[in-house]
Ligand binder design. Structure first.
Ligand SMILES: [Zn+2]
Length: 412
């Protein structure tokens, strides 16, 4: 793999962040904690989402996964057919982004790629729900677990239970009784007081309406049996299993005069990046590392994230039942890699960055900052920023007042 990772130790990363944000990560810096970007009520990413956060989290994820991991190429290595990197402005969102860089396409591990993929997947799930003529329920399944469980064997046993749940005549009977025609299942885990907490959310598409309590009782019986047959000793408690009317899984968040909705499609698709009341999501582990960057225990967050990344590698986040996607959307859609590689090539170019300058940006982990500077001050602002680093490689970022993306600038 070409290139080097500029920050390979927590201390180097801390220094690099200190450079990018104009000072050490002291209490003042922490007052705008990354966690405040997530709505506590719903877990939704707030519309005034901190545009630097995903870049900071990606740097932490690289640290957790090591310099050989594919994440190291993401938004750092230039595509072989490009001699420069473009900053473009999305016509749709008004936000700046890079074109010409390689993207890792990992929905599990990459805080930069995941939101792009999740947005597409959430829209697909929403479109499927809207296209469905019958009713839709949201099923959540978990298994007994303890602090001592390692994630790998726990997840294996959990997916075995999910398989057994749907095998055999009993599920077939239930399926006929409640007229289940298809499903979309999402896999995820949190890390809480009782250790890893893998769980699955499924949207079930039903041909008619059901008495929710009857369906829940039937399916819970099947789930208990499947969990026992998958080798779990403890029995899942009723709280480890829930069934809700998906049309009621809807919360409205009002921000900056606009209303945003957290629906079942977000519950399914974005759960692994949101803040959860039942422990830390994988991206929370990265956020916590960032918050406690000087604390001894922070390395534990890196180790937990690495364990998660290794375990979920190669797993599919969303599984649609056979034929459902084609039936409801008329297409199988794009792969995760196609999604991250295909965004907005026709948008306007705000700045072109030669490879030598890109090397400097990469070395100092300035990717997020450059987008903000170009968005606000154009190519001249970028030149001003880079000049400081050319003169003094240890330079701290000149104090430029930045406004968040999407906020109108007066007099601009
Ligand atoms: Zn990526």
């Amino acid at each position: 793999m070409r290139g080097s990772v500029s920050a390979t130790t927590p201390e180097e990363l801390r220094q690099s962040h200190a450079g990018a944000f104009g000072g050490p990560l002291d209490n003042t810096t922490k007052s705008a904690t990354p966690l405040e970007d997530v709505c506590e009520l719903t877990g939704a990413i707030k519309p005034e989402f901190n545009p630097l956060q995903k870049w900071e989290l990606q740097a932490v994820a690289r640290l957790a996964l090591g310099s050989k991991h594919r994440l190291n190429v993401c938004m750092r290595h230039v595509r072989a057919d490009r001699r420069e990197v473009d900053v473009r402005r999305s016509e749709k969102s008004g936000r700046p982004y890079y074109a010409g860089l390689m993207a890792c396409g990992s929905v599990w591990n990459c805080p930069v790629c995941a939101p792009k993929i999740q947005a597409v997947r959430a829209a697909e799930v929403r479109a499927a729900i809207d296209a469905w003529q019958g009713s839709v329920v949201l099923l959540t399944q978990t298994v007994p677990h303890s602090r001592q469980d390692e994630l790998q064997p726990l997840l294996e046993a959990f997916t075995e239970a999910l398989r057994k749940f749907k095998q055999g005549a009993s599920y077939k009977r239930a399926s006929q009784r409640f007229r289940i025609s298809g499903s979309i299942r999402a896999l995820e885990t949190t890390d809480g007081r009782n250790g890893w907490h893998p769980h699955a959310h499924s949207i079930l598409f039903l041909q008619g309406s059901v008495v929710l309590e009857d369906m829940k009782a039937d399916l819970f019986r099947l789930w208990r049996s499947a969990v026992a047959r998958a080798g779990f000793e403890g029995k899942p408690s009723p709280s480890a299993f829930s069934l809700q009317d998906a049309s009621k899984v809807k919360t409205y968040v009002t921000k900056m005069g606009a209303e945003y909705q957290w629906g079942p499609e977000h519950e399914l698709v974005k759960a692994h990046s949101k803040t959860s009341s039942r422990g830390l999501s994988p991206f929370d582990l990265l956020r916590h590392y960032d918050l406690h960057i000087n604390a001894d225990r922070s390395s534990r967050y890196l180790a937990r994230f690495a364990e998660y990344a290794l375990t979920f590698h190669g797993k599919r986040q969303l599984v649609w039942s056979d034929g459902l996607k084609k039936l409801l959307l008329g297409t199988e859609g794009l792969t995760d890699q196609q999604v991250v590689d295909s965004i907005g090539e026709a948008d306007a170019v705000l700045a072109r960055i030669p490879l030598t300058d890109w090397a400097l940006i990469r070395k100092h982990n300035l990717q997020g900052h450059v987008l903000q500077v170009v968005h606000q001050y154009g190519a001249a602002g970028l030149e001003h920023l880079l000049e400081a680093y050319r003169v003094d490689p240890q330079a701290r970022h000149p104090h430029v007042a930045l406004v968040p993306f999407g906020v109108a600038r007066s007099g601009a």
